[in-house]
Design a protein around this ligand. Structure first.
Ligand SMILES: Nc1nc(=O)c2c([nH]1)NC[C@@H]1CN(c3ccc(C(=O)N[C@@H](CCC(=O)O)C(=O)O)cc3)C=[N+]21
Length: 309
């Protein structure tokens, strides 16, 4: 590529259209689903929702729609907020044994009283399309074929699309969660980046971020990463989805913002993902991709090469 590696601070970043990228990925996935169906396999995704959090319900519904659009089967299981651990584990055992189900996702966080670690541990690793099971975490870390957590996978796809080869780049991941920060760091390491995992206790977080060619913000603090934390020309991936009050939209209204202060960062970065319309849509598309991968492997079929990361 003959693009400059950095751009003047006065220029405005390219805005990465995660929604369009995800639509393209989903179209490819739909093609793979057609091919699997021709071999007698209809990929099936089971989503388990415990309790009645309205945001979770919207998200679960969106997953159902995306699943159907890709030609897959969706199975939705809703349990009441006071469901017992035993009931939930029984459901998971049934889904593990169901040959029509290739992917199992238990929406997190779970209501109090339920032990998420035990629940994740009960999911058959081959059907763990979230990539949260220790077996998949360990497989990713040791370079084996794994189910990879959807959000980091989506971020990596966008980074590769923007930057091509990531070898030798300085990547700073802000946030150390098991679902985003840690697997993101593993993926970037596998791409030969020099990876730093920073977090709320990191000394001189701004200075650490300023070294980075790639910043992935996944701390869950609205607009924490400021424009002056960004090296001119860097690629910024904003994983945060924070609902903040938006009185300008009317009494009691909210809006979504990321973990990056978009308005200042867009002045400095080379490329940046918006919120909404960045990482979020890619997470759902990668969930479908993982379901196709799981359905293939469970049936002794090689997963589509363009989905394997
Ligand atoms: N086991 C499990 N796996 C998950 O992957 C998981 C989970 N639990 N619990 C909840 C979080 C959240 N999450 C989102 C995915 C897509 C959007 C998304 O598509 N967001 C849109 C906007 C949606 C809106 O307007 O509210 C966007 O960013 O453009 C949001 C949130 C997956 N999660």
């Amino acid at each position: 590529m003959d693009q400059p590696t950095s751009v003047p601070a006065s220029s405005t970043a390219r805005i990465i259209d995660g929604k369009a990228f995800a639509a393209g990925l989903r179209a490819r996935i739909a093609g793979h689903v057609t091919a699997l169906k021709a071999q007698g396999v209809t990929p099936g995704l089971a989503v388990v929702l415990v309790g009645e959090d309205p945001a979770s319900e919207v998200y679960v519904r969106n997953k159902g729609i995306a699943t159907a659009e890709a030609g897959m089967q969706g199975f939705e299981h809703k349990l009441p907020a006071d469901a017992s651990q035993e009931t939930l584990l029984e459901l998971i055992a049934r889904l593990n044994a169901d040959p029509a189900v290739h992917g199992i996702l238990v929406q997190l966080p779970l209501p109090g009283g339920l032990d998420a670690d035990k629940v994740i541990d009960a999911i058959a690793p081959e059907k763990d399309v979230d990539g949260f099971h220790v077996q998949n975490v360990g497989r990713l870390a040791t370079g084996m074929d794994a189910m990879v957590s959807c959000t980091p996978l989506g971020c990596l796809m966008m980074l590769r699309d923007q930057l091509g080869d990531l070898s030798g780049l300085e990547a700073v991941v802000v946030g150390r969660s098991n679902i985003v920060g840690k697997p993101m760091a593993q993926l970037l390491l596998r791409e030969n980046c020099t990876v730093t995992i920073a977090h709320s206790r990191t000394r001189d977080l701004a200075g650490v971020c300023r070294r980075a060619d790639i910043v992935v913000a996944a701390v869950g603090r609205p607009r924490m990463v400021q424009g002056d934390w960004i090296k001119p020309g860097a690629t910024v991936i904003d994983v945060g989805i924070n609902r903040i009050p938006a009185p300008e939209r009317g009494e009691g209204r909210v809006r979504l913002v990321g973990d990056v202060d978009f308005d200042s960062a867009v002045q400095v970065a080379g490329a940046i993902t918006p919120v909404p319309g960045g990482v979020g849509p890619m997470t759902i598309a990668c969930l479908l991709a993982n379901t196709v991968i799981a359905a293939s492997r469970l049936n002794g079929i090689a997963p589509p090469a363009d989905l394997a990361y």
